[in-house]
Design a protein around this ligand. Structure first.
Ligand code: ADE
Length: 224
């Protein structure tokens, strides 16, 4: 899979791409990440990228020309713009992208992007959540990490990808490891019982309890 990132801050990605799961996947050739420096497509001597909004108002707007130059050669890819005005990114978004050969992640900055870019050069607008960041870089890094770990061969045990939170629409149950007792903190007895049917019942109950408590919206059955 190839992921293009269009950003005003190419150096920002050195950290996220240089460590952990991302670095290994890149090294192994499972995913290729191509960073495109938007500044190279800036307008005029100052390589301008943004300008004041028509109609007045605060803030600056990312201009059509630099984004058009950056995105026209990427027209064959699925182009995503990160913006707080987008649809929220969730596991199904990442599943969908992970099945694509080539995706372009565009990091918006400032107060917005000229709507003509969105109308003609963007396939999908996506938000990381209901809060405002300075730009789309954090969202793009989150997307790259979430998509990469779905690709075959990246996560050691494919079961851990298949059986995780959000797959069955529930949060994960609590987990424990040795020692069975630490001071007066003991692991729930059922987990030490060796009774696999009881353990499965307990885990399902815990997933439901947690989801009801923290994310009733995920149950969507009106009990929340
Ligand atoms: N840019 C600024 N805020 C954002 C958000 N919440 N999601 C995606 N991109 C953003």
């Amino acid at each position: 899979m190839r992921v293009h990132v269009v950003t005003m801050f190419p150096g920002w990605f050195d950290g996220p791409l240089g460590t952990s799961i991302g670095a290994r996947a890149i090294e192994d050739g499972v995913v290729e990440v191509v960073i495109h420096d938007l500044r190279e497509h800036g307008v005029g001597r100052h390589r301008q990228l943004d300008d004041a909004p028509f109609g007045g108002g605060p803030g600056m707007v990312m201009m059509v020309e630099p984004l058009s130059r950056a995105l026209t050669p990427l027209a064959h890819t699925h182009r995503v713009l990160f913006t707080p005005s987008g649809r929220p990114m969730d596991q199904s978004t990442l599943d969908r992208w992970s099945a694509m050969a080539e995706v372009t992640l565009v990091c918006g900055r400032y107060e917005g992007v000229d709507q003509r870019v969105i109308d003609h050069l963007i396939d999908e607008e996506v938000s990381l959540g209901d809060y405002v960041l300075a730009g789309g870089e954090v969202a793009a890094a989150a997307a790259i990490e979430g998509v990469t770990r779905l690709l075959p061969g990246v996560v050691g045990n494919p079961e851990s990808v298949r059986h995780e939170s959000f797959r069955d629409g529930l949060l994960e149950e609590p987990v424990y490891t040795r020692p069975a007792v630490f001071g007066d903190w003991a692991v729930p007895e059922v987990l030490l019982s060796g009774d696999h049917a009881r353990i499965e019942d307990w885990r399902r109950e815990q997933r439901l309890k947690r989801t009801r408590d923290r994310r009733p919206d995920l149950l969507g059955d009106g009990t929340g």
